[in-house]
Structure formats: structure tokens, C-alpha cells
Ligand binder design. Sequence first.
Ligand SMILES: [Zn+2]
Length: 218
Amino acid sequence: MEIVKGVHLLQSARGSYVYLIESQENTLIDTGFPGRAQKMLEEIKGLGVRPDSIRYILLTHHDVDHIGNAKRLQDITGAELWVPEEDIPYITGEKNRPGVKRIIQSIIRLDKPVINGRYAPNQCFGEIRAIHAPGHTPGHTIFAFRNVLFTGDLFKTKSGALKPMPGYMNWSQAEVAKSLGILKTLDYEWLCPAHGEPVKRSRAVDDFINSACPDRTQ
Ligand SMILES: [Zn+2]
């Protein structure tokens, strides 16, 4: 599904969406639940994009439903995998994921990807800018591309409305609230989360953000 020109939601990654950005350098945002790589590659080819033209795979964070096909996709596409620095120990297995995520990681086995780079603050990949928005995980990162924000698990959406992620899935609620405040400083028309459909900016979106992050000195 094309959200705006050059931004595709990969339906084959249902459950934890992956986005393909066609720009000077084709880029994937996240990689979905494990076991979906082949279906995603077929969908990408169906869009007329050659897998080996994908230059970057950018992860929003370390959770298994976001890094699930990272290794497979990087092997097939030859793309560089970039990740948030603070989430690296969870990707490499040096640290266990906290709480319920520890149980999930013991059930879902993953091939460990090769990390090619870690984001510098506001690092740009062509027209895509990485913005540190921690809270869901310590390194959680969102991305801005033209009038679209890829928001990872900063929130989810349901029936066109923004909803908070369950608190037990978040590393720090206070950081999530602060990170939602970052959205107030950005210009955008579309929000593309991993869980739930993309949502167009509206009064209701602004209200959600304002109530989650009331104005105060941060
Ligand atoms: Zn997720």
C-alpha cells in the first residue's frame, strides 16, 4: 500500500509493519516478525523495486518483531543495517531484554544480524532523518521523510486513532512522554507506526500528543 508517493507499507509484514521508502537510496524501516523475509521480498519486487537496490535497513529498536528478518534481508539485499546505539546489547545478546520481552526472546529464535552502523544524533540517510525518541526502548528512534514520520513503537494506532503502547512493553513511561513531545516540534502530515495503520495528522492526533505530553519545561 502506497501511503504517499515513494512510501510503501509492506502488507506482508502484517503484525509489525515494515515500510519501504523509494528515494535516492531505497530504504527499509524495520524488518518485522521472523519468517516473513521471502514474502516481503516478493512484495518489494511486485512494486518494481529490485531488492539489491535497497541501500539501508534502519531499525527503530531492538524488539524481535522489528529485527526479525534483519539478517535474512541484509544477506539478500546487501543493504547496510543501522541501529540505535543503546539497543545494540539487546541485538547482540549481550543483555537480556527486560520483563515480558525476556520471555518472548526465549520463545522466538533469531538469526543475529551484522550491525553496520549506529545513529549519530539527527543523522541523515539521504532525505531520511533519524530522530532519537527513547522510551519504548533506551535507543528507540523515529524517522522523518518529507511529510511522513515513521514512529516505530512510540504509540500504536487503532481505527484511525493513536493509542499508547501497553506500559509493560515500555522501558520508561517518562521517556515515552518526552519523546511524544518531540512530535510537537516536527512538521508532518502522516504518522506511520509499526502496529496499526498509518494515520493522517488531525486535531485528534494533536490532542493525543498534548495530553500524553503536557507543555512544561523538559
Ligand atoms: Zn513492536
